[in-house]
Design a protein around this ligand. Structure first.
Ligand SMILES: Nc1ncnc2c1ncn2[C@@H]1O[C@H](COP(=O)(O)OP(=O)(O)OP(=O)(O)O)[C@@H](O)[C@H]1O
Ligand SMILES: [Mg+2]
Length: 364
């Protein structure tokens, strides 16, 4: 069953059309991540679902209740009656309130009895691992601890749906990595549906049941499991959004597919389609590098030691690509290249895109 349905929603600020005819459904119980570049309209969408903004057109349903209707009844259910837990981008906790009071706030507003508030707040403080810190002020907490307070406050009313807007953006890399698994754990423990919004594709891959990729114009490009999005991207935008991507120009010459300005044939199965100009897409980890043997002959233009990895920039007949290899393996297998040395490239995986599709991405 769908817990959120967004149907044909539009939203503009002045003449800036952020969303147009946006449709999206989130299933009950899933952890759904909306991924897209900065400014594409993720927060605006979340604010409309939460009820802090009204759409210009379209309908939004939560749990089959029509909460926003810009088309017919013009109904708007206010945020406090939508039954949501929300953590926004700046996750503001109130600086003058203790941890306990911050977490208790939504229950106090809802005028719950005192003993119930005490029990629920202490339970939630426990769940987010803040036991013993309930009397502290936010200024006496680390960024990660403040983050947990914001999560506890969003969860204390026992919402069936949580909206999380970049809740980890202010944390350092280590804490971010730890917190994302904690959020996932909380989601399982409390059996809550999560809509998570971010531009960080690693988080999207790590915690989601399904991911939606939005382009900079607010258009959803693909919805699928993390694996589908990573392994079977529908277009070059999705492919390049999910990590470092190489695109190599390839032209059809009779039955052959030839790289760049040279005459070397791509060592991979051919694309399906009649186009003359193609782009071969692959990630640094899809490249197999060697000194000789079968494959495309290239020249190492730049070699960087990054600690655990060696990073190489390679030119093949006018086309440039990046690849990396574990330093340990490079040392033991004679793959420690210097700039100027020749190399041979073959592929572990390669995706074909029409050159036109790639042009569209570059233009945007
Ligand atoms: N209240 C507003 N008035 C005018 N323009 C707005 C308003 N809110 C958002 N916008 C514009 O709408 C667009 C989408 O903004 P939004 O905050 O949804 O982006 P985002 O995808 O959340 O980006 P980020 O990843 O940086 O948080 C931006 O161009 C923004 O400037
Ligand atoms: Mg945002």
């Amino acid at each position: 069953m769908d817990i959120i349905r967004v149907e044909g929603v539009a939203k503009a600020y002045g003449d800036h059309q952020v969303h147009e005819d946006l449709t999206l459904a989130i299933k009950k119980g899933e952890c759904f991540t909306l991924l897209g570049p900065s400014g594409c309209g993720k927060t605006v969408l979340l604010r409309m679902i939460a009820g802090f903004e009204s759409p210009d057109a379209g309908k939004i349903y939560i749990d089959d209740t029509l909460v926003s209707d810009a088309d017919d009844s013009h109904q708007e259910i206010p945020p406090e009656n939508r039954g949501l837990g929300v953590v926004f981008q700046d996750y503001a906790v109130w600086p003058h309130m203790t941890v306990f009071d911050n977490v208790a706030y939504p229950l106090k507003i809802a005028k719950r009895p005192k003993d119930e508030i005490k029990k629920k707040v202490m339970d939630m403080i426990d769940i987010v691992g803040m036991h013993g810190l309930e009397k502290r002020l936010p200024s006496e907490l680390s960024g990660g601890q403040q983050q947990r307070v914001a999560l506890a406050r969003a969860l204390v009313g026992n919402p069936s749906l949580m909206l999380l807007d970049e809740p980890l953006s202010n944390l350092d890399a280590n804490l971010r990595e730890e917190m994302r698994f904690e959020i996932k754990e909380l989601q399982r423990k409390l059996d809550v549906t999560v809509l998570y919004v971010t531009h960080d594709q690693e988080i999207g891959l790590a915690i989601s049941d399904r991911v939606a990729i939005m382009n900079e114009h607010g258009k959803i490009q693909q919805i699928g499991t993390p694996w589908e999005i990573f392994e079977k991207p529908v277009n070059p935008f999705v492919f390049s959004f999910m990590g470092i991507a190489n695109f190599m120009a390839v032209r059809r010459e009779g039955a052959d597919y030839v790289v760049g300005t040279g005459n070397q044939v791509v060592p991979w199965e051919k694309p399906v389609g009649e186009d003359r100009q193609w782009s071969a897409g692959f990630r640094p980890s899809d490249v197999k590098l060697s000194r000789s043997g079968e494959g495309l002959k290239g020249v190492v233009k730049r070699a960087n030691f990054l600690g655990a990895m060696m990073d190489y920039l390679i030119e093949i007949d006018g086309e440039h690509l990046r690849t990396s290899i574990e330093t340990h393996r490079a040392l033991t297998q004679d793959l420690m290249f210097k700039a100027g040395e020749t190399c041979v490239v073959s592929f572990l995986n390669l995706l074909w895109f029409r050159a036109e599709e790639l042009q569209e991405v570059v233009k945007e």
